[in-house]
Ligand binder design. Structure first.
Ligand code: ACM
Length: 536
């Protein structure tokens, strides 16, 4: 049946095949209406069959089974009957994805190639995810991704039973979320005059303005579309570093006693800008205003406030920052950053939400209840889990999908470590240093797609796929007794079928034998890091 991600158990029942035809019905209780709607819309488009409403006990039927966990499901296919029992709406959506997969690659098309020969293979399947947070980050700040491409990416996440879309909405190079009370953030901060092409060392730039942003209605649409597919959108407003686009729009947010922030533009370089927020009460109020609107748009429990890569030079040079440090009784600039993060941690908690941030937020002391995205390796995540904080493991050495997929000159703008499909398949999110209780704080894992070197959905497809397929299995499927026992050859065999589904979906993944000519980027400098990634 070639299912990816591999289910907990799947038994083929050759005498149970269920041929579908125009009379095949689809039924579900109101609680599972999202899965019913998705299944009817998707399967009708692909097969040309109507899947009209039927009665319980016949055709394809979705039912709720309280004995199952919310994301778990069970599928039984017999002649004339396919029963999908789910613990809740999410489990029903994942089971619905499996039903599509069982119909084969043609079921991923949006108009039928044939109207006959559709057969659900007889089977007994039981399934539930290993992790509750199975995420992917889209960096829509460095290069804006049009809304239609974000919606398409949501469909791709859901097709792989990934359930978190982390949207990196703000950075030095662009501000991408409309905030009504601060229109300058998008009027001024959502575009830059030009972009660096490839890595800094190559010295190449285009001379084309780049920009774009999502209106609040766009984001409501994205959030709702994702929710109806089982995907939660977690917004990231990165602070206090990675804020040059905001400072350029509202110069009073920066360290005005050190730099002429009124002269700043949205950054046209890649890297880490030294222009960071000041730590005044006014700046806290400004971002509370931003976050009030963000909370209204994004119902997710977690709100990501970044906290990574905040250079402290300006705070060291700023009399205002130094006075603030004294006034608050803090020891140094690291504690000033920690003060900011703790402020927003409390502020979010008072509104029933939880802060998540990059592992730098551990420095200077982490507020209780906050969670950590462990990106600089496993170390931050290990420390956080041992201190009782929840962790999403996304170490750059393993699951940064902007990093190159192979050695050699043909990879487009090759940066970072070589992370092959097999490397990703063998990635283990829970480090051996954690005992059972601590390991339960690893609530999941995430692949991050930073976009300095991808300026279109085609480029994202190339870097994301097929590695995201392997990652989905890491995040969803039960761990074999020994991580080393992960059966990569078996995965590759199933992947051969799944690539046909990706072809049907129009995903421009990296072919196993290297990029197609139009997937290369000749002459544009990357920054490959030689050798295997350090074990951290
Ligand atoms: C990061 O990659 N700076 C989180």
């Amino acid at each position: 049946m070639d299912l990816i991600p591999a289910p907990s158990s799947a038994v083929r029942r050759p005498d149970g095949d269920f041929p579908l035809d125009a009379a095949t019905t689809l039924t579900a209780p109101p609680a599972l209406a999202d899965a019913e709607r998705w299944l009817r819309t998707t399967l009708s488009a692909a097969t040309g069959l109507p899947f009209g409403p039927g009665r319980p006990g016949a055709g394809i039927e979705l039912v709720q089974d309280e004995a199952l966990a919310a994301e778990a499901y069970r599928i039984t296919v017999r002649p004339g009957r396919a029963l999908l029992a789910a613990g809740g709406p999410a489990g029903a959506l994942w089971g619905a994805q499996t039903l599509r997969q069982l119909l084969g690659p043609d079921a991923y098309r949006r108009s039928p190639l044939r109207r006959e020969g559709w057969v659900l293979p007889g089977a007994d399947i039981e399934d539930a995810p290993r992790f509750g947070w199975r995420g992917a980050l889209l960096d829509v700040a460095r290069h804006f991704l049009p809304k239609s491409d974000v919606l398409r990416f949501v469909d791709l996440l859901a097709a792989h039973k990934l359930n978190v879309l982390h949207l990196h909405l703000t950075d030095d190079q662009g501000w991408r979320v409309e905030i009504k009370r601060y229109p300058g953030l998008t009027e001024r901060g959502a575009w830059r005059e030009r972009s660096m092409v490839g890595y800094r060392s190559g010295g190449r730039r285009d001379d084309r303005p780049h920009g774009g942003y999502y209106t609040q209605d766009d984001l409501r649409e994205i959030v709702g579309y994702a929710a109806a597919r089982g995907v939660t959108v977690v917004p990231e407003i990165d602070l206090p570093g990675h804020t040059q686009a905001a400072i350029c729009a509202y110069p009073e947010l920066g360290n005005t006693d050190v730099v002429d922030t009124a002269a700043l533009g949205v950054w046209t370089d890649w890297g880490v800008s030294h222009n960071v927020l000041n730590a005044s009460e006014e700046t806290l109020r400004f971002f509370e205003g931003v976050l009030e609107e963000v909370l209204e748009l994004f119902p997710s429990e977690f709100v990501h406030l970044g906290g990574d890569e905040c250079p402290k030079e300006q705070w060291k040079d700023s009399a205002a920052a130094q006075a603030r440090i004294r006034e608050l009784g803090l020891a140094n600039e690291d504690e000033l950053q920690s003060h900011l993060i703790r402020h927003f941690d409390r502020w979010l908690a008072e509104r029933g939400r939880r802060l998540i941030g990059w592992d730098e937020i551990l420095e200077g002391g982490l507020a209780p209840g906050a969670a950590v995205s462990s990106w600089r390796g496993f170390g931050g995540g290990i420390a956080a889990a041992k201190a009782g904080h929840d962790v999403v493991m996304c170490p750059e050495q393993h699951v940064y999908f902007d990093h190159r997929q192979a050695d050699g000159p043909d990879e487009p703008i090759p940066v970072g470590f070589v992370r092959t499909l097999e490397d990703v398949y063998r990635f283990e999110p829970v480090p051996a240093q954690l005992d059972g209780t601590e390991a339960r704080h690893v609530i999941g894992t995430q692949a991050n797609l930073w976009s300095e070197f991808t300026d279109s959905a085609r480029d994202i497809d190339y870097r994301a796929f097929p590695r995201l397929v392997a990652f989905a299995e890491v995040a969803w499927s039960a761990l074999p007794a020994e991580p080393a026992e992960r059966d990569f050859a078996g995965f590759e065999r199933r992947l051969a079928t799944h690539l046909k589904a990706l072809d049907a979906l129009g995903v421009e993944y990296r072919p196993a034998d290297g990029p197609l000519p139009w997937q290369r980027w000749p002459g544009v400098a990357g920054r490959p890091i030689e050798g295997p990634p350090p074990v951290r």
